[in-house]
Structure formats: C-alpha cells, structure tokens
Design a protein around this ligand. Sequence first.
Ligand code: HAM
Length: 426
Amino acid sequence: MSSSFQAPKGVSEYVPPRADLFYAVREAFAEQARLAGYGYLELAVFEDTNLFKRGVGESTDVVSKEMYTFEDRGGRSLTLRPEFTASVLRSVLENSLHKGALPVKVWTTGPAFRAERPQQGRYRQFYQLDLEAIGSEDPRVDAETIAIAWNWYRSLGLTRVRLLLNSLGCRECRPAYRALLQDFLRGLDLDEGTRARVEINPLRVLDDKRPQVRAQLAGAPLMADHLCPECKAYHDRVRELLADLGIEWEDTPTLVRGLDYYTRTTYEFDHPLLGAQSGIGGGGRYDGLSEDIGGPPLPGIGFGLGLDRTLLALDAEAREAGGAPPPVAPRCEVFAVPLGDAAERRLFTLVDELRRAGIAADMTFGGKRLKGAMKDADRSGARYAVILGERDIADGVAQVKDLTAGEQTAVPLTAIITTLKERLAQ
Ligand code: HAM
C-alpha cells in the first residue's frame, strides 16, 4: 500500500531508472553549454510577481491564466517562475554581470510552473534547460544559441527534430504590421474570445490551431513581408549562418511565441512524433526586455528547452526504431556479496575503494544470505559480483562472478581493483 498522499496533479516527477536518464540528458546539455563558454546560474524559484507581469507580459496566457501566485507572510505578491528568461535578466542586472564582457553567456535549469490542463507532455511543474546570451546584437549570437541546442539534440541521438524559424521584427516595424494584421483580423468571422485577442495580442491569433480559424487566416499579412530593411538584413544573415553550420531550418512565417518579449529572431524545435505537445524547445531575441523590467538597453537572445518533452522524444524515436532509449552510465558495475561478518567488514571497505577508483559499486545490506544477496546483485544491473566467504579470506582471494556469462574465478584480494578495472574496460 502507498501512503495517503500523492504528488499534486500535473507535477512531473522522475524516479529511477527514468530519473537516471533525466539526469544524463541534463548533464549532456551542461557539457554543450560549457563547450560554448556559458556559465551556470542557480536562480530563485519564486520572484516578485511584477517581474513576470512586466517581463513576460500581462496579455499572455502564461501571465494572465497560468501563474502560481501567492502572498507571503509579509504581504508581498510572489510567483513561482513560469519561465526563466525574466529571472535570468533580473539576476544578471542585479549582479552587474552586464558591466563585464559582453555578451553575458549563462545557462540554468530547474523546474518551472504553469497552471495548465495536464496531459501527456504538458505539466504544471515541468523542467527546462535555459540558455541566454545577453548584451550583443549580433546574428552570430542568434545562430550560436541555435547551434548549441542542435548539437545537444544530436548528442542525444535525436534525428527527427525540426527547427522552425521566423523574425518578429522590431519596435520600428512591428507596430505598423500589428495594425495591418488587426485590420485583417477584424474582418473575419471569429468568436468573442478570439475577437478580444485580436485587440490585445493579434499575433497570437496566427497561432490558432482550430480549423475554422485556420481556414480564414490563409490571406493574413505576414511579418516576414513587412520587416524593416535592418530586420530583413539581420534575419537573412542569421539564415546564412545556419546554412554555414549545416543546420536545416524551415522558414515559418506564422510562428509566434507565447511570450510578449520577443523581437526579431524567434524559433522553435518541434518533434513530429509527439502529437499535440510537439514543441520541445523554443527561443528568440528579446531586445526590449531589459528596459521593460527597469534596466538599461541590453539586447539578448536565448532559449528554453523542455526536458520532459525531450525525454518523450527519445522514447518516441526509440519506439520508432524498435529499441530502447539510449543507455545511461550504470549506477552499479560491481556488486559485493559477503558471507559472514568478517567478509562484510572487508567488502564494505572494498566497495569504498572501488568507488574511489571510479567504479560504481554497491553491496547487499541487512545481513542477507547468499541467495537473497545474489538476487540483489542481479537486480543491481552490475556486470560483476564479488563474493567473499570465510574460506576466501583465509586464502586471500575473492570470487569474481561475471553476472551475464555466469563464470566465476578466484582473484587475489590484492589485485581485485585492477582486475575489475581491466575487465570493465573490455
Ligand atoms: P516556452 O516556449 O514557453 O519558452 O517554453 C520553452 C519550452 O518549455 C517549450 O518548448 C516546451 O518544451 C517546454 N514547456 C513549456 N510549458 C510546458 C509544460 N506545461 N509542460 C511541459 N513542458 C513545457 C520559454 O519559456 C522562454 N523563456 C524561452 C526563452 C528563453 N526565450 C528566450 N530565452
């Protein structure tokens, strides 16, 4: 029987062995970020509610409908972060990182919270990998962020990820386009909620997935056709750079993102095997965000990659190929089975020595007999068991059993670590 409690609805939790994959996937990202010169940030999980209202935008669903907002004991309004970008920028400014070399290159990870209707791939507590380059308006920075995500997907063995790319223009060209789009949308046959959206956030209407709305959007004006010369040149340069890097993308003029701060380059990573929640990552430039939250002019670009959905994508590709998701480094390579008190004492030390030598090692606990201990060894997933009895101690040896092949050999206790190292390397 389990306890009387369950995790709150919509919380995505990971337990072993799935959590080992989760962790390995996150570590693979840490490596890509390091290789590209991005430093790690550990941030507040909750923030002043106004940071998100002003940063992400009050007209967005994320802020208007999905935030976990509460009052603390001092009467302050706080919100569990629904995303990372506003917090990253807040922290960069607060810690004056922008007064050093630019761009400030940083990444972070952890849970984010949105009160959405839970379903496969959509959770109320979910996990993101977030990377930001702050302080440079240079198309190479835009392309660099995309390349980092791309290399990470490749390092995981994902082959079906699609990159959707668009430009949302800037504060010069977007207002005129927005007005043009509003005029077009006001002429359509739309329900009340959508008509309200036309007035508040018309670009989001382009993202409507309902067939009756989609059908009417066919002739809608597109930002791509109304970019100012600077935005157009900038976007063309980003695309050239992606081509240089051998990264394939799909120009997607209807791509709009759910957060208000985006300018110019915007992109999404999409996985065709995931159905409704196919957006496995997204990002873009946010050149006005710093000023929106009371900072100096400071352009920036970055992305948030959904860890939960990436794991689902790994499952989906493995299913398609008829195999299992990629293996992760084993939690146990050698399992120790003592027979008697003296052996228990000797093996407890040996397990520690093995760990110090970089070998994942474990042993049976609770004074089990041979049969129970061997069952533990099998369950551990280890390649070798080291079995030690009174007689072995007297002879100065231990029995090393290959748990896959079933063979067992006596190895001198003095040579046990080097022998296991050699065998594991084979
Ligand atoms: P976002 O598109 O809202 O962007 O989220 C990024 C990714 O987080 C999504 O592509 C998706 O994979 C994952 N995600 C979002 N909501 C959920 C959910 N409820 N359950 C599971 N996964 C989810 C941002 O958050 C921006 N801050 C990204 C960014 C960084 N832009 C610039 N810098």
